[in-house]
Design a protein around this ligand. Structure first.
Ligand code: AFP
Length: 338
């Protein structure tokens, strides 16, 4: 079969009426920016881009040089295209307006330019996550409040994992599709269409070092996974934790499994670890479109009405039956407490 490039795929999606020309152009621009980020991350120590930038981001986390560079690449690529009303980045407190003199479009772009960046210096996969929303009608200077739309309104979501291969996973709400970067030619080529995540899982991803801080239903659920064949689940489970959400999610998109970043006593006040607008919503959209489920342990992530651009939530996502079981344990525990 002839390879299908991302550009061809976008034209097909336009013809199918799934996206308009502006959204197609926007995705092309994001994909091009991600190719530049792939080049920058791929240089490693030779690019002089490893290590701390000496600055902090809005979350108070130390920024790596590549965090800053990736953010600039995405901002710059999107400023002049004419398809955006504004964009918001995990690395910046407020939305970024389109500079004067450039045309504006109808879309809002949100991104985490380099997720898992604490893994850069040790040469482990990192990634970019993005989400596209429609700018509310009549708004010419979008503010944070205009981005605060539930995940169900996303027009597109995707991530790029910079690993042994650079891979883009994308959804417009009509299935989840994977593209692999052909480095010689410089184009993303469709490598899997309409991905399906198995409904059952035998692999789970969680940071076990937080176990003692988890709430009782999480303790119960993971306890049962760990008990394996001899426990109530009657089968053994394997565990993985890359600490790059993009890499952990990509494993699930490839061979099934579940990913959990539950609420725990350490992070209770901030509501969770992962950001709803830049991580949870786009990943939830991608996972649901591949037949998986994504909840906070209590409710569907994409139905949450966000209250802040940098709001955090607990994240349970992956193989449907497993996520539903973990969610049921939390709901039952809440109901028992009244
Ligand atoms: P960094 O971008 O600061 O490395 O954070 C990565 C991340 O947001 C997500 O990609 C990981 O799944 C998660 O945090 C890892 O968290 P722990 O370090 O608490 O395991």
């Amino acid at each position: 079969m002839k390879p299908v490039s991302l550009i061809q795929f976008l034209i097909e999606e336009r013809r199918a009426g799934h996206i308009n020309a502006e959204l197609s152009l926007l995705i092309e621009v994001v994909a091009r920016a991600c190719k530049r980020i792939a080049v920058a991350t791929g240089k490693g120590a030779l690019g002089g881009v490893l290590g701390e930038a000496g600055t902090g981001n809005i979350q108070g986390e130390a920024q790596k040089k590549l965090d800053v560079i990736s953010n600039e690449i995405l901002l710059e690529a999107n400023a002049w295209g004419g398809h955006l009303a504004a964009c918001a980045s995990e690395e910046m407190e407020d939305p970024q307006q389109i500079p004067d003199g450039y045309p504006k479009g109808q879309h809002l772009l949100l991104f985490d330019p380099l997720d898992g960046s604490s893994n850069i210096d040790v040469n482990i996969s990192v990634g970019t996550i993005f989400s596209v929303l429609r700018c509310p009608d009549g708004v010419t200077e979008p503010k944070a409040e205009h981005f605060l739309q539930p995940g169900t309104t996303q027009l597109a979501a995707g991530y790029v994992v910079y690993g042994p291969a650079t891979v883009l996973v994308l959804t417009f709400g009509h299935g989840t599709h994977e593209f692999t970067l052909d480095r010689e030619v410089g184009s993303f080529i469709l490598s899997r269409r309409a991905i399906r995540i198995p409904e059952q899982a035998t692999e789970f991803a969680i940071n076990m070092s937080n176990q003692r801080h988890w709430q009782p239903p999480m303790q119960r659920y993971v306890g049962e996974l760990l008990a394996g064949k001899t426990g109530p689940r009657g089968k053994d489970f394997n565990m993985r934790w890359v600490a790059s959400m993009v890499a952990d999610v990509h494993r699930i998109v490839t061979r099934g499994g579940v990913f959990y970043y539950p609420l725990d006593a350490k992070i209770e006040k901030q509501g969770g670890k992962l950001r709803i607008m830049y991580e949870a919503n786009p990943m939830a959209f991608i996972i649901e479109q591949a037949g998986g489920a994504a909840t906070t342990g209590r409710q569907r992530i994409m139905e949450i009405q966000p209250t802040g651009l940098h709001q955090r939530v607990p994240v349970f996502l992956g193989s449907k039956e497993e996520v539903e079981l973990a969610t049921r344990y939390h709901q039952e525990a809440d109901a028992a407490q009244g």
